[in-house]
Design a protein around this ligand. Sequence first.
Ligand code: COA
Length: 207
Amino acid sequence: MTANEPHHQPIEQIGVIGLADGRRVNVRPSRPQDIDLLRAFFRALSDQARYFRFMTKLGELSPSMAQHFADIDHVRHVALLAYATNGGSQSVVGEVRYIVGTDEAGSAEFAVAVAGDWQGLGLARALLARLSGDAAAAGVRRLVADTLAGNAAMLGLARAAGFTVSENGVDRRLLRLVKELSPKAQRRRLQRFAVPAQAELQCSQGG
Ligand SMILES: CC(C)(COP(=O)(O)OP(=O)(O)OC[C@H]1O[C@@H](n2cnc3c(N)ncnc32)[C@H](O)[C@@H]1OP(=O)(O)O)[C@@H](O)C(=O)NCCC(=O)NCCS
């Protein structure tokens, strides 16, 4: 695939997630035109949330980072955006992504973030479940991430989502999150693709 060739948008990643407070958000793969939405999303996170997400002090995404985040190939770099619609305009309220690594065979590194007002409602759990299903279906065998040891929310989410948590081995500030993806998850995902579009919309929790 050349740099100028448009990437295939996987429509099977479009869906709806129902939240614990009864609200619903839409989910779709990231698109090249999402640069501004993504910059606004990360800018609006608290300083601490942004620090947890990027593990460095970052005021906002640079234009080149934003382009890297938005314009993905949907194969080695997969990203799902949860968005809310208000008066016809969209705002991103959650993002989850994985990037297939080059060092460890079958591994992909993931990250997730949810906007402050939308936290504690099951959105990250549902996004991660969807991403795990997509990864398994794409042949990824393991999702991994390093997180700061003080990031209680991410550690709680990881444990709730079935990740193992262990020492990073190199940096004592970090903990390593690992989840082996089973072929069973792959089969479930493929079955989910087979249901009619309307039924997919009712499958509100994803995964
Ligand atoms: C981590 C983060 C993505 C969680 O998002 P969220 O949508 O609020 O999480 P969910 O509501 O889906 O929670 C799922 C589970 O995670 C755990 N969890 C969530 N927030 C938690 C917290 N503050 N403390 C402890 N556990 C927590 C719980 O087990 C929860 O399940 P429960 O509600 O049934 O108890 C969010 O806090 C965030 O965006 N943080 C900043 C960015 C970041 O740290 N990213 C991770 C780096 S990769």
